[in-house]
Design a protein around this ligand. Sequence first.
Ligand SMILES: Cc1cc2nc3c(=O)[nH]c(=O)nc-3n(C[C@H](O)[C@H](O)[C@H](O)COP(=O)(O)OP(=O)(O)OC[C@H]3O[C@@H](n4cnc5c(N)ncnc54)[C@H](O)[C@@H]3O)c2cc1C
Length: 433
Amino acid sequence: MATTAAPTWRNWAGNQRVHPARIVSPASAGEVAAAITQAAAGGLTVKAVGSGHSFTGAAATDGVQLRLDRLAGLRTVDGHLVTVGAGMTLAALNTALARHGLALPNLGDIDAQTVAGALATGTHGTGAGYGCLSTFVEGFELVTAAGEVLSCSATERPDVFAAGRVGLGALGVVTAVTLRCVDAFVLRADERPLPLAETLGRFAEFAAGNEHVEFYWMPYTQRTLVKRNNRVAAHDQPMSRLRRWWETDFLQNTAFGAVCRTGRALPRLAPGLLRTTAKAFSPLTYTDRSDRVFVTPRRVRFVEMEYGLPREALPEAFAGLRRIVAGLPFPVLLPVEVRVTAADDIWLSPGYGRDSVYLAIHQYVGMPYEPYFRAFETLCSTMDGRPHWGKLHWRDAESLRPTYPRFDDFRAVRDALDPDRVFANAYTQRVLG
Ligand SMILES: Cc1cc2nc3c(=O)[nH]c(=O)nc-3n(C[C@H](O)[C@H](O)[C@H](O)COP(=O)(O)OP(=O)(O)OC[C@H]3O[C@@H](n4cnc5c(N)ncnc54)[C@H](O)[C@@H]3O)c2cc1C
């Protein structure tokens, strides 16, 4: 088992920095178990880390950091059921699935996360008929604080399965995951600017009439970019390499990065810059392999908060958000993103038991954000909002418990699996108690 002295660990956004006592890279569930028992015997806590793409301190530890990059291979393909090492990235998974003529049914905006890391926080994409990515999980292998290796599914330890599909890394270390995939498919992407009032007025219709829909609203404007992705039989409208470079590399990263840097240096110019940026939204239609349509490279660094709300809350929440943005003493440099998911039955999934709409707010790194995010959190909390576990929020166990009907059941599973809190960190102590 590879053990290294630990340098400072920081997450993707750079807002979480910690010094783990040591870093261990196990290559089997047995080695994970040995690392856990050794750490516990020495009085250290343990945290598995994925790709560090959470904005919260979910993955932060000053104990033993487990990196699962040696548990990252494709294990078995049995029809549509695919078992992978938990440390595999979604990018590697998508490539491997494509080789087998398969795909994940849905994805979020990026593919840099590990499988276990994405599932642990309830990572989701968009689509009224799709739950978060954890709803694709058919089973997983979990190494507990006692060093036991458990197989969990709807029929084997169903309580651990219901809790552990969105487990916040608090129940143990996931070493393998079995996902129900679908036949590979092609999406037709349709992206077009629409006036904000029209987008809000028709969003329920868009969500019902498209497999995947989301929109971005640029603060200080009346303009949105609406993205609709639907399955088609043929890949008959590929985007040229030049256009792809222009849209994803240049406009969304290089040029937008320059806008953000300028807005940060000269905040008074920011609203005008964002208005100019929104004018550059232009219609785009193309087809591609599903994962290539779902995900986009993100090089502009930001911090983010995202709240899941009952689907019908969108108009009121959005109106409140606009009032908050208008009243801030500093500019917001990044857009608001709105997505939808279907209800699921995973105890700590933000989509538990209800069709949801998600409002994600962002701020460019180095800009003030806390008054913005806190005001939005207050608004969402009054509307039965549930924060994304991987994105910034200040909620604690006491305030989260009433919004999750199975919160106490999750805590009971945690008490049984990790009575001594080997997998605790400051984040789990705050949100789970
Ligand atoms: C640019 C960007 C875009 C994003 N887009 C989306 C999006 O479209 N949709 C969305 O919902 N979210 C999105 N996110 C959030 C992101 O998907 C989540 O924060 C996700 O949890 C990050 O995965 P990770 O592999 O980086 O895990 P980390 O952030 O490293 O860890 C997350 C949690 O998983 C736990 N964990 C990791 N591995 C294991 C394991 N093997 N066993 C047990 N627990 C484990 C960690 O302990 C921690 O609690 C985005 C984040 C960024 C930075």
